[in-house]
Write a protein that binds this ligand. Structure first.
Ligand code: IPE
Ligand code: IPE
Ligand code: MG
Ligand code: MG
Ligand code: MG
Length: 335
């Protein structure tokens, strides 16, 4: 497959038909333009189908470990990282089925970080996505192994893609880097080290960029890398994407911090007020709620500005910012 080759695109399913079962006019059809709610719902569904296919029972039936892996990945979640990957994939004529598998790999890795984040040794949370956390439901040992195995399956998925070897290596490298000591793992270590401390905002921002921003950045880059090599000809594009994801990834964690302090159990699907109870310094606790809301607005605006030079192909990336903005102002008491 060469860099920009069209097999079936984001706007088609694997059979080449409309993903919306023939409602092409409403959806945008051959023009490739889909209403945001429609492509996002369809994209999330396709990624969930890929997750269900990729995390399936072996010949001997489903083990408890696989049941727990499916529990951790298939029950809810906003699918933000997979969607942003698909939105970046729309910058080129990327095969849709490839983006769904890459999105699934990213969601496996994200779920791994959530399962480990909830463990008693970390945030000790009992509720996630409206359900008991994996260690509550399956036990702590299984939860640790779920994280390990999801991580392995994420890499296995990328290594097994129907794509050029250099593309697969680039994707594996990107995801590995995102969860390394310089990425999510390092950020989580920093998060734990700051408990009970009074710190400057820039330390919190640095932590957020690692624990959450790194995987968001990788998700965007991976969507692009499926079809666009990172070479000198595309340096400006990757630079714009990095500016976009730096702002958007940070905004996501600031929103999470705001909602932890303000939203209820049903909205969050998590235990509210955990950050304050655990004495975690957050953007919300340091800046105050209204300043944190303004910070998010500014970050989302900056993310939008970063992708303006990419033109109409970046429309889905912009739509994801609008969705994040709407989500914050629906659920948080932002003036
Ligand atoms: C929760 O992420 C943890 C953070 C890194 C902010 P999301 O808010 O994206 O969680 P899900 O996937 O929708 O459950
Ligand atoms: C977690 O941040 C970030 C990860 C890398 C998993 P939080 O601890 O604030 O996430 P939630 O609130 O439990 O989802
Ligand atoms: Mg945490
Ligand atoms: Mg947590
Ligand atoms: Mg949180």
């Amino acid at each position: 497959m060469n860099n920009m080759q069209t097999v079936s695109t984001l706007h088609d399913d694997q059979t080449g038909a409309s993903p919306l079962g023939g409602s092409g006019a409403q959806a945008g059809g051959a023009s490739g333009k889909l209403l945001p709610d429609i492509w996002m719902q369809d994209g999330a569904k396709r990624v969930e189908q890929a997750l269900a296919r990729l995390l399936c029972a072996g010949d001997d039936g489903e083990t408890e470990l696989m049941a727990a892996m499916r529990y951790a990945t298939l029950h809810g979640g906003k699918r933000t990282r997979a969607l942003v990957c698909m939105a970046a994939g729309a910058l080129a004529d990327t095969p849709a089925h490839m983006l769904h598998d890459v999105g699934a790999a990213i969601e496996m890795m994200h779920a791994c970080t959530l399962v480990h984040d909830d463990l008693p040794a970390m945030d000790n949370d009992v509720l996630r996505r409206g359900l008991p956390t994996v260690h509550v439901k399956f036990g702590e040992a299984t939860a640790i192994l779920v994280g390990d195995a999801l991580q392995a399956h994420a890499f296995l998925t990328l290594a097994s893609l129907d794509a050029r070897g250099d593309t697969r290596i680039a994707l594996v490298r990107e995801l590995a880097q995102a969860v390394s000591a310089e990425g999510a793992a390092g950020g989580q270590a920093m998060d734990l080290s700051l408990v009970g401390k009074h710190v400057e905002l820039d330390r919190i921002v640095a932590m957020h960029r690692m624990k959450t921003g790194a995987l968001v950045r990788a998700s965007v880059r991976m969507g692009a890398l499926c079809a666009i090599a990172e070479d000198a000809a595309h340096a400006a594009l990757y630079c714009a994407l990095d500016r976009y994801s730096a702002c958007f990834g940070l905004a996501l964690q600031v929103v999470d911090d705001i909602l932890d302090a303000t939203a209820d159990n049903a909205t969050l699907g998590k235990t509210p007020g955990k950050d304050a109870a655990a004495q975690k310094p957050t953007c919300a606790s340091i800046m105050g709620l209204q300043a944190a809301c303004q910070f998010v607005r500014d970050l989302l605006r900056d993310a939008g500005e970063a992708i303006v030079p990419l033109g109409p192909r970046a429309e889905r990336l912009a739509q994801i910012l609008q969705r994040a903005n709407a989500y914050l102002f629906k659920h948080a008491p932002c003036a």
